[in-house]
Design a protein around this ligand. Structure first.
Ligand code: SAM
Ligand code: SF4
Length: 326
């Protein structure tokens, strides 16, 4: 078991397959001229599987693939199929632009649930937020996944003045469509133009929804990052991921592996542990994993608290989101 000094057992690994992406969401990947990592720096298929097996032998039972955009990687299908042989629940977070190429692979790998990012239901705003004109592909692929009976969660990063006015449009979407919308509070990462006054909090989101709908709270699962709700009669549900105003670190069971093979014990950790180099040198990787987890901070990487209104983004030492893997 991979247990930290606060007695939290870590059973969930997020693996980033690449820091490359075909969209340019400004809150994730700030500069247009950002240089993606060379392929040789990234974990290769056999290295991903070898590292995943070490984690699984220590009790990991859930793996999420992420990025960058995991599905722009040319060997994404091979990785998905190989990981599906492990005794884990396998899932992924994707921008959905390329999902239509992966329906059969995902079915074969027994992937049942997908997190899809979509911050707006307006094509012109999609272009503004992602700097790419691909709203139609994303929306069509969400329908395609629903038709193929995948459980679809929609990640919406809510930013004040940008898309907070669309919250109830997303709720309306859940009326006849079985999508599970998750509103995410805007988080600070290296160079992503975060300021505290752009955060639209859990409380504010609920106020907006409750101004129009009757809302029922749903039971949260043990390690849930999301506070879940439903509007009675709607086919879908909604939830809020309140990282900034009400962090959920107490029940954290998550670890991350960046595409270049560095372990992060928290999304906001300053420290990284280089597992890939150790693996390539034939060293024993497990003690490094255990060391990393034993130094995990109690909350938010030890870098800030829920008093985010006084936080300045430049005080936080971290990578940009696209190089971590959300
Ligand atoms: N490309 C995939 C996608 O967009 O779903 C996977 C990687 S992306 C980094 C993973 C998730 O992180 C997405 O849902 C994205 O919206 C979220 N994210 C990125 N930057 C964020 C930020 N600053 N605050 C909150 N969520 C963020
Ligand atoms: Fe790409 Fe996802 Fe980041 Fe957008 S949020 S730039 S789709 S990795």
């Amino acid at each position: 078991m991979i247990t930290d000094s606060f007695n939290r057992t870590h059973t969930y690994l997020r693996i980033s397959l690449t820091d490359n992406c075909n969209l340019r969401c400004f809150y994730c990947m700030p500069e247009e001229e950002y240089e993606f990592s060379a392929a040789s720096k990234l974990m290769q298929v056999d290295e991903i599987i070898a590292l995943a097996k070490i984690f699984v032998a220590e009790g990991v039972n859930k793996i999420r693939l992420t990025g960058g955009e995991p599905l722009v990687r040319k060997d994404a299908d091979k990785i998905i199929l190989a990981l599906s042989q492990l005794p884990v629940s396998l899932t992924l977070t994707t921008n959905a632009t390329r999902l239509h190429h992966f329906v059969d692979v995902l079915k074969e790998a027994n992937v049942q649930s997908l997190n899809i990012s979509l911050d707006t239901l307006q094509p012109d705003k999609f272009l503004l937020l992602t700097r790419r004109n691909q709203f139609k592909e994303v929306f069509d692929n969400i329908q395609l996944m629903l038709q193929n009976n995948f459980h679809v969660k929609i990640n919406v990063v809510v930013m004040k003045g940008l898309n907070d006015m669309e919250i109830n449009d997303f709720i309306e979407w859940t009326k006849d469509t079985p999508v599970h919308v998750r509103f995410i509070e805007f988080m600070p990462f290296s160079g992503n133009k975060w300021t505290s006054n752009k955060v639209f909090t859990w409380q504010q989101i609920l106020e907006v929804v409750e101004s129009k709908y009757t809302v029922t709270r749903l039971q949260d699962d043990q390690h849930d990052t999301a506070k879940k709700y439903t509007v009675p009669g709607h086919k879908g549900t909604f939830a809020v991921i309140s990282t900034m105003s009400a962090p959920f670190c107490e029940g954290c069971n998550r670890m991350r592996l960046t595409a270049d093979g560095k372990m992060k014990n928290c999304l906001f950790s300053k420290e990284e542990t280089d597992l890939l180099t150790a693996l390539r040198n034939g060293e024993n990787v497990l003690p490094l994993i255990q060391q990393s987890i034993s130094s995990k901070a109690k909350e938010l990487g030890g870098q800030f608290t829920n008093d985010f209104e006084h936080l300045h983004a430049e005080e936080i030492h971290n990578r940009s989101m696209i190089t971590i893997g959300g």
